[in-house]
Ligand binder design. Structure first.
Ligand SMILES: [Zn+2]
Length: 508
């Protein structure tokens, strides 16, 4: 199963004119919390390349591909925050700019047509290339994004336009933005974090060099992502449920200790990569305190033994494994579970910063499922209960729909929830909205299934044919398992009864 191919995209890191060179101000935006992909994240204006972005040349830029990406970035900047980075635009009045924006937005003109019609052109000298980052293969959407630094034209003021997918935008001093990340108040993708950190060090002659000084700025895959300080998300390739191709292993560390959550890859190269990351943290003083398992599914536990073998080999000792008793029961001796984690148990890491994680017994997707809640920051490791990529399967084998919904409601009731770190895909910054969507989706399915049974569909197969009209026939077998889980709940609720081995009807 291969992951999605990255799409070309460009983003503009817009700097304020006359900004303090030691702590420059940059314009950042907040993505709408309604968005399913990276909803609620802070970002720079930007977006996906359109075919016509290659039609217009850029002065002082001989490279055709770079010219197309400059067009892409400039167009997205104009569409999203109304700033037109084109030569010739300096003579336009605010009213004229607004009508240009309207021409583009209404579709009366496309980008090349607009530049041509108003006699504008882009100049490569206005856009400083500061890196090309590729979204790692753990995400549902992937981009190969070109980042450009640009100065905001003196007479223009960026503002989030009405139709954009953005909630708000503001000028912020780079150091303040970086401090917000350090205080775990915001979520950004790694290139945005890198940009903030780099700008926070000041606008000196080495700025561009510092931007480009990491391999990830040259399309090198990013393995180790610190969406929150001290919370490393390290996706490993696993034979998981498509469309996901990776499972997130989390490495939560302090100056002294390290917690490893869900080392799930059965593949040697991936196990090796994870071991190297753990070794690096050990060298910096954080000794692995425990391996914690959210649940027993193979894509979350398949790397436990290999990690311990590798650590035993290089450090002479293995790491204790902690999981819920039901996970230990289901694991059938695949690996030793040294300590049972019960609901409400607190794991407190030694060292700095102070990190305390409360275990929440949240069954439904799997019998022994645990979430880990950081009460201070509102971060929740949500395991496979809520994920950033793909959907969650509740399979009656060891899943239970009533329990699953109760677990979602329990998660929803947590105060101060800020980010969900799921077992797959990027972290979820719009935690409450996401859980609400999950609950609503399940209840809608339940109603549709009940309706189908009422209308005479009596077997899971017949129910799938009526209700799951949006999936490919190849997914029908899995959908039948999900229907069974819903039927079990409807039986428990007294709305459906089982009339034979594979047949169901409504009770009233
Ligand atoms: Zn799972």
């Amino acid at each position: 199963m291969s992951s999605v191919t990255p799409k070309d995209a460009a983003a503009i890191i817009l700097l304020r004119p006359n900004t303090d060179p030691n702590n420059p101000e940059v314009f950042w935006v907040r993505r709408s919390t309604k968005l399913t992909f990276l909803g609620g994240y802070r970002a720079f204006p930007g977006g996906q390349r359109e075919s016509f972005d290659a039609e217009t040349g850029v002065k002082n830029c001989d490279d055709k591909e770079r010219a197309a990406m400059i067009n892409c970035g400039a167009r997205e900047l104009f569409e999203e925050v109304g700033v037109l980075l084109a030569r010739g635009a300096e003579t336009l009045t605010v009213g004229q700019l607004a009508s240009l924006f309207d021409d583009l937005n209404s579709g009366r003109m496309n980008w090349p047509g607009l530049l041509d019609h108003y006699g504008l052109h882009l100049d490569g000298d206005d856009f400083t290339f500061v890196g090309r980052w590729v979204t790692p293969p753990f995400a549902p959407r992937r981009f190969d994004t070109w980042f450009f630094l640009a100065n905001c034209p003196a007479k223009q003021e960026p503002h989030v336009t009405d139709d954009s997918e953005l909630e708000s935008g503001e000028w912020i001093a780079a150091r303040d933005a970086y401090a917000q990340w350090q205080r775990r108040e915001i979520i950004v993708v790694p290139p945005v974090l890198h940009a903030m950190k780099t700008l926070a060090a000041g606008l000196d002659h080495s700025l561009v060099e510092r931007f480009l000084d990491v391999p990830e700025a040259h399309r090198e895959p990013n393995r180790r992502m610190e969406f929150h300080p001290n919370y490393i998300c390290f996706p490993v390739r696993t034979p998981t449920k498509p469309p996901a191709t990776h499972t997130n292993c989390y490495l939560i560390y302090t100056t002294q200790e390290l917690l490893i959550v869900d080392p799930g890859s059965p593949y040697e190269d991936e196990q090796q990569a994870l071991t190297e990351c753990v070794d690096d943290l050990i060298r910096k003083g954080s000794w692995p305190r425990e391996i914690v398992l959210t649940h027993v599914h193979p894509d979350h536990v398949a790397g436990v033994n290999a990690l311990n073998d590798n650590l035993a080999q290089s450090h002479g000792r293995r790491v204790l494994v902690a999981a819920h008793r039901l996970t230990a029961e289901s694991s059938k001796g695949q690996f030793p579970v040294d300590r049972f984690l019960e609901d409400d148990d607190v794991i407190e890491l030694k060292g700095q910063p102070s990190i305390k994680l409360r275990a929440l017994f949240t069954p439904g997707h799997a019998r022994g499922h645990l979430c880990l809640y950081d009460e201070r920051t509102g971060g929740l490791l949500s395991g496979d209960n809520v994920v950033g990529f793909g959907s969650v399967l509740v399979d009656p084998q060891d899943g239970n729909m009533s329990e699953y919904l109760a677990s979602l409601k329990r998660m929803r009731a947590l105060p101060n929830l800020s980010v969900l770190f799921g077992g797959h895909g990027p972290p979820i910054a719009n935690a409450y909205e996401k859980i609400d969507q999950y609950i609503a989706h399940r209840l809608e399915r339940e109603q549709a299934i009940l309706r189908a049974v009422r209308e005479g569909a009596s077997t899971p197969k017949q129910i799938v044919a009526r209700v799951y009209t949006d999936i490919s026939p190849r997914a029908h077998a899995i959908a039948e398992r999900a229907v069974l889980a819903h039927l079990e709940k409807l039986i428990a609720d007294g709305l459906v009864r089982q009339t034979s081995a594979a047949e169901f009807s409504v009770t009233v």
